[in-house]
Design a protein around this ligand. Structure first.
Ligand SMILES: Nc1ncnc2c1ncn2[C@@H]1O[C@H](COP(=O)(O)OP(=O)(O)O)[C@@H](O)[C@H]1O
Ligand SMILES: [Mg+2]
Length: 254
């Protein structure tokens, strides 16, 4: 059984096909990087995968639960950190974590224990009882991440991580994700930061104009590149998303 299974997944917004017939299986214990230029369809895929959007066609299975048929079972296994976390500014950090835990029906003593651990890991103890609206951008991001981890999800989905995080916090998050993957959880993250993808991910998928144009580990992606062997992920990414054509245009700009 795969952690995440996407079958012929398609999402149309009117005449625009944001995600086109996507097929992908991601295993437990795997860190999967989802790369693509702005507007490629990353966030739409993540929203479909986590049940925030209904597909135009195709299916999503989370640990074998179809997200349309068994939404509660499927969603209870997911911890989602969206690109724009919609956190409740009028709650304190501690209240927010308790709220998130109660949504996922985590027992209260577990919530209290995990809240203390997460606040410590993210260095938010001194702010725990202040309103989230007084937090800095990075602190808000950290409490959103903590909120997504409170129910110990088997699948962590992260849309564009590490924006606005200081190096220590970014490192904490990387360490958490790596540790969770080693413990058997599945990590799915979309990112613009190619270096993070290259260093952290077991496999990488590249999406462009709604189409999944490449999937594989770094070695396999290198073989898909016409100039195989010599290039790093940035070169492969630019080549596969046709950015070279653009560089010709840039040169012709007067
Ligand atoms: N709610 C929406 N209504 C119409 N078009 C949308 C909507 N959300 C996203 N799109 C379009 O779908 C495409 C994919 O967007 P998105 O999944 O957000 O890309 P990414 O996260 O890769 O930057 C873009 O062309 C975007 O403009
Ligand atoms: Mg996005």
């Amino acid at each position: 059984m795969s952690a995440i299974e996407l079958k012929n997944l398609t999402k149309k917004y009117g005449s625009l096909t944001a995600v086109n017939d996507l097929n992908l299986e991601i295993e437990n214990g795997e860190i999967f990087g989802f790369l693509g230029p702005n507007g490629a369809g990353k966030t739409t895929t993540i929203k479909l995968m986590t049940g925030l959007l209904k597909p135009s066609s195709g299916t999503v299975k989370i640990l074998d639960y179809d997200i349309q048929v068994n939404p509660i079972e499927a969603k209870s296994n997911i911890g989602l950190i969206p690109d724009e976390p919609n956190i409740y500014e009028k709650l304190t950090g501690r209240e927010f974590l308790r709220f998130m835990g109660s949504i996922f029906k985590v027992e209260i003593d577990v919530i209290i224990k995990k809240t203390a651990e997460l606040l410590k890991i993210f260095d938010l103890q001194s702010k725990a009882d202040e309103l989230i609206q007084t937090y800095s951008h990075g602190m808000k991001q950290k409490i959103a991440i903590a909120g997504a981890l409170i129910h110990s999800p088997k699948i962590i989905v992260f849309d564009e991580p590490t924006i606005g995080l200081d190096p220590k916090s970014a490192r904490t998050i990387k360490d958490i994700l790596k540790f969770r993957a080693e413990a058997g959880d599945c990590i799915f993250m979309s990112t613009h930061i190619l270096e993070i993808a290259e260093r952290m991910c077991d496999r990488i998928g590249i999406i462009n104009n709604g189409n999944l144009i490449a999937v594989g580990n770094m070695d396999e992606l290198r073989h898909m590149s016409k100039k195989s062997g010599k290039y790093d992920l940035e070169e492969i990414f630019l080549e596969l998303t046709n950015a070279e054509e653009n560089s010709e245009l840039i040169k012709s700009l007067s």
